[in-house]
Design a protein around this ligand. Structure first.
Ligand code: ADP
Ligand code: MG
Length: 617
């Protein structure tokens, strides 16, 4: 034995104590013995500290052995206690062993003492080791359990039994999800736990696949939980054989509903953005072509006699051009390329003035009402475009109420908090002017609702709908730094909410003066005109020449600078297109201005935001 052993010997007879001690030492045990000769002495000895074993006489003064045994057992659990006595009856011996005595040795047969002591010590050591292992196991189990139960992921183990998935274990999150206590999950089939059959089939499919392939598998699906649909991402992995050789799986499932919502919104806005770019690009070129047609038609008109019989043809051309232009404006509004004129306007006033017009748009069988907030609702907005949005929403409402109904336009102030943004996945905190447009029409199902802002999405028969109304509204609202949302269900009508950032205005801003009210007079000066589109260049030249000016043409920005250098003495004005190859209008202007700072310049572009910052204009 390694360390010296501490033995407590309860024995009132000193001679017997010495006898036992010397016997043990004689047999080579490295021991330190302490005698406890009375009840008080024993109590003191127990307080003293660590004992490896206790040898006890049957009785010490003041105490029965049974009491001694009970006391020692209580104070020194798992320490071997061996009775060393003169004689002991069999029955008594059996009783004492039952009460926790480890062994007994008769004083006249001390030869048994050493083996008995060694066996007791060995057993005590084994018990200690087993208990340590057990408590370590218990601790690690508790750690794992709290780890599983504190997770927001649903985790568990299940087995496959034919068509049944049988739960073996589920953590607290899984318990909450199934609305079953975790202890009650075990042994139940997925169907019993309330998993709908179609979901059960889906899991079966993936579990089988995972089993065949031998690799974990992840899948996402929409779970029709009783409290609403929920997107889950699940991973299953084969972890060996379970009861009766059934394949056993671990599963982890995560609620990804929030994530999905954001993803869908992102996809949607990207799609709209992409189509917007495309539509905007086409509209841009088409607008140039249209400008040329309009220009030449107007020139022709100017050169015609008042009574020319062809005059009406030109008027028809111009009228058609006007219609085409409205269409491109819609595309541009949607694609956000149309320049907007932001002013501080009171939305209540816009609505009040536009009401009469809207009334004409809808039918008599529709009751139209407006309810404006008591205080003015100022926003930085383009009045024409706000009217456009109202018009689009009103016509949609009209179309959704073929048998009549009610249309209501309300305004109010709303303060958006963080919670709104979290719930909807968009928006910025702050105060907003809200225009709410509700109808009592057919409403929409989720599928339709999810696509209405897509350009060209329409449920109307061909010829009746363009599918541009709401995408336009979306583009316009976006451009105003606002947002638009919809609440609608089949049969329950539809409500659109438009949020525009609210501004505080003391006094209504002054109306802009109309600058182009006076008819053009013309002049004799020389003008440098830079324009990359050949048709527009010719048109500009024709128009300006018509009013008497001399024109020097340039085909791009760099060419404009070169032409200016050649003709710097005679040029009185420069007209530059905003976007041109090689050098854009702004850059060309900088170079020319450096040569003649006082020279005036006019920029021509429908797309001011493309190239000019506010500080340039
Ligand atoms: P369009 O009116 O040309 O079909 P919109 O972009 O204006 O194009 O609308 C797209 C679709 O959205 C409509 O075809 C319709 O299905 C749906 N919708 C729009 N507004 C409403 C409404 N108030 N009630 C029911 N459905 C609507
Ligand atoms: Mg429409």
């Amino acid at each position: 034995m390694g360390d010296r052993m501490n033995l407590l010997i309860t024995e009132d007879d000193k001679a017997d104590f010495l006898l036992v001690e010397s016997h043990l030492k004689k047999h080579g045990l490295d021991i330190r013995c302490r005698q406890a000769a009375s009840m008080e002495d024993l109590a003191a000895a127990l307080d003293e500290g660590s004992w490896d074993a206790v040898l006890s006489d049957f009785s010490i003064p003041g105490m029965e052995f049974r009491e001694t045994l009970a006391l020692i057992k209580e104070r020194l659990p798992n320490v071997p206690i061996i009775l060393v006595s003169g004689s002991i009856g069999d029955e008594m011996a059996v009783d004492l062993l039952k009460e926790g005595l480890w062994d007994f040795v008769l004083k006249d047969n001390l030869a048994r003492l050493v083996p008995a002591l060694e066996r007791g010590l060995r057993e005590a050591a084994e018990t200690r080791a087993r208990r340590d292992a057990e408590s370590a196991l218990q601790e690690s189990r508790a750690t794992l359990q709290s780890f599983y139960d504190s997770s927001s992921l649903m985790m568990g183990v299940a087995e496959l039994d034919g068509e049944d998935i049988i739960a073996v274990y589920g953590n607290a999150s899984a318990g909450r999800f199934f609305q079953f206590g975790t202890e009650k999950i075990s042994g139940r089939t997925a169907i019993e736990l309330g998993i709908p059959p179609e979901v059960n089939r889906l899991w079966l499919e993936h579990i089988r696949h995972c089993w065949n392939e031998g690799a974990p598998i992840r899948f996402e699906y929409e779970h029709p939980a009783p409290w609403g649909k929920q997107w889950l991402a699940a991973t299953v992995a084969f972890i060996g054989e379970g009861r009766r050789g059934r394949p056993r799986f671990s599963f982890v499932a995560e609620d990804i509903t929030e994530h999905k919502k954001l993803e869908e919104q992102l996809l949607q806005s990207q799609k709209i953005e992409a189509i917007g770019l495309l539509a905007g690009g086409v509209a841009h070129d088409f607008n140039n072509i249209l400008s040329a047609i309009v220009g030449y038609a107007q020139l022709t008109q100017m050169k015609m006699q008042e009574d020319d019989p062809l005059r009406s043809y030109i008027e028809h051309i111009l009228e058609s051009c006007n219609r085409a232009s409205v269409l491109t404006q819609s595309l541009l509004a949607f694609s956000r390329k149309q320049p907007i004129r932001l002013e501080a306007i009171d939305l209540n006033e816009v609505i009040r003035k536009f009401e009469k017009f809207l009334l004409r748009l809808i039918r008599e069988d529709i009751a139209f009402k407006t309810a404006c907030a008591k205080t003015p609702l100022f926003a930085m907005a383009d009045k024409g475009q706000v009217e456009q949005v109202l018009m689009n929403l009103a016509t949609n409402a009209r179309d959704a109420m073929p048998n009549g109904g009610k249309l209501l336009i309300e305004t109010k102030i709303a303060t958006l908090h963080q919670e709104f943004i979290k719930a909807h996945g968009y928006g910025k905190t702050g105060e907003y002017a809200v225009i709410e447009v509700s109808d009592t029409g057919t409403g929409m199902d989720a599928r339709t609702r999810g696509r209405i802002f897509e350009p060209f999405f329409t449920t109307k028969e061909s010829g009746k709908g363009t599918g541009l109304g709401l995408s336009m509204a979306y583009g316009i609202v976006k451009k105003h730094d606002g947002f638009i949302n919809v609440y609608s269900e089949p049969g329950k009508g539809t409500t659109f909410n438009i949020y525009l950032p609210l501004i505080r205005v003391e006094r209504e801003s002054e109306q802009r003066k109309e600058e182009d009210a006076m008819p053009p007079r013309g002049g004799m000066e020389t003008i440098l005109v830079a324009e990359d589109d050949a048709a527009l260049r010719r048109l500009n030249k024709a128009t300006l020449s018509h009013f008497g000016y001399t024109i020097i043409e340039a085909i791009d920005g760099a060419d404009a600078v070169a032409r200016f250098l050649e003709n710097r003495e005679i040029i009185r004005l420069v007209i530059l297109d905003g976007i041109m190859p090689k050098m854009n209008g702004k850059e060309a202007y900088r170079e020319i201005k450096a040569m003649r700072p006082e020279l005036k310049c006019i920029f021509m572009s429908g797309y001011s935001e493309d190239i000019f910052g506010k500080e340039d204009l």
